[in-house]
Design a protein around this ligand. Structure first.
Ligand SMILES: Cc1cc2nc3c(=O)[nH]c(=O)nc-3n(C[C@H](O)[C@H](O)[C@H](O)COP(=O)(O)OP(=O)(O)OC[C@H]3O[C@@H](n4cnc5c(N)ncnc54)[C@H](O)[C@@H]3O)c2cc1C
Length: 332
């Protein structure tokens, strides 16, 4: 395995901010990954996927490890289900396409989310009423402090809304993910926008659902090649009863819904919109005019400018509505 030094991370993050990694490597197997964490016990470590959910504000004084293991294999199947293991460096949307092309149902609503398979459990990616945790049955990883191989069942992954044990602890380098998918598909309404897009199709097929998701996403989201961004910048806030009451007294039309855990949630995009930030630009950073949850980079290579703008949005929303928005994007 080649160990590189002072590697520019700008091509490795979709915000395209500049930073150097002191050490950089791309292990091609779990064994190589183990070797590398054992070889540098005292260095800070960052596991990097395709960089669609993170950006850099300064050089990384440690080792950036970008898993490079590939492969998709069927572990077991019967008439109803198939269990498939996909390696960490597989492109997420290629994997979704592979499943749809083979008639395996369960992750079609997650079409076109940019990133790697290895990152999908980290923030339990979700879209159009589906989350990765709905299909994941296991995750294989290298334990970063010891270099040992570990396996997690779905329950052990501690999944939550854009959350998991992998995100909370940053102690594991995921090497592969095991999914359980259904061999038959019956479309069920999960999300109103998607349902509308499928209007007129009496019994949509898997491919039609995937195409509909792709059409909506292409219409709604900025092209990160033209306008660098990391998708939804903030998480939808979970509110205490007091925060919910204050919000509704300020904004009676705020969308508030109760989660399965009996908490209250509202829309970060709605709050940003009402704070007057939709389409607003400050220097080289701004909120995308077509979607208030997305911060876009108009041309800076300095991640601090993105953070300054993020803090301005957070401050304004907090001042007006008493709610602190938490970033979904990881900032290094
Ligand atoms: C235009 C756009 C649209 C998006 N839409 C959505 C959406 O609809 N839903 C959604 O949930 N997300 C969305 N995202 C966010 C992003 O696509 C996902 O978070 C994706 O999973 C990131 O994958 P990645 O490989 O780029 O991860 P990275 O950005 O490289 O890493 C993200 C985090 O995961 C960790 N990580 C990465 N790989 C591993 C690994 N193998 N082992 C352990 N930790 C690892 C990193 O350390 C980091 O903390 C969007 C992003 C963009 C740019």
């Amino acid at each position: 395995m080649i160990i590189k030094h002072n590697v520019q991370l700008q091509p490795h993050n979709s915000f395209r901010t500049k930073a150097l990694a002191k050490i950089f490597c791309e292990p091609q197997s779990a064994e190589e990954l183990s070797e590398i964490v054992n070889a540098f016990p005292n260095e800070r470590k960052l596991i990097l996927g395709k960089g669609f959910n993170l950006f850099f504000t300064k050089d990384f004084d440690g080792i950036v490890i970008k898993p490079a293991m590939h492969g998709i294999r069927i572990l077991r199947e019967n008439d109803r289900f198939v269990e498939i293991e996909a390696a960490a460096a597989e492109d997420w949307d290629h994997f979704v396409k592979y499943c749809v092309d083979n008639g395996y149902a369960g992750i079609e609503n997650l079409s076109l989310i940019p990133g790697s398979v290895g990152a999908c459990p980290v923030q339990n990616i979700g879209a159009y009423g589906t989350e990765a945790m709905d299909a994941i049955v296991g995750v294989k990883a290298v334990d970063i402090p010891t270099g040992g191989c570990v396996a997690f069942s779905r329950e052990e992954c501690g999944f939550g809304y854009r959350d998991s044990i992998f995100k909370r602890t940053a102690l594991y380098a995921i090497t592969s993910v095991v999914f359980r998918l259904e061999k038959s598909f019956q479309y069920r309404e999960k999300y109103i926008d998607l349902h509308r897009e499928l209007e007129g199709i009496p019994s949509p097929t898997l491919a039609q659902v995937r195409d509909a998701v792709i059409r909506i996403r292409n219409r709604k989201l900025p092209d990160y090649n033209l306008l660098p961004n990391a998708g939804s910048f903030f998480k939808n806030p979970v509110l205490t009863e007091e925060e919910k009451d204050r919000l509704l007294s300020e904004l009676p039309d705020a969308p508030v819904y109760t989660t399965n855990e009996g908490q209250f949630k509202t829309s970060a995009a709605f709050l940003i919109d009402r704070a007057g930030y939709k389409g607003k630009r400050r220097g080289m950073a701004g909120v995308y005019a077509g979607h208030s949850l997305i911060i876009v980079n108009y041309g800076t290579e300095n991640g601090r400018e993105i953070v300054d703008f993020m803090q301005e949005v957070q401050h304004e929303v907090r001042q007006r509505f008493g709610i602190m928005l938490a970033p979904e994007v990881r900032i290094y």
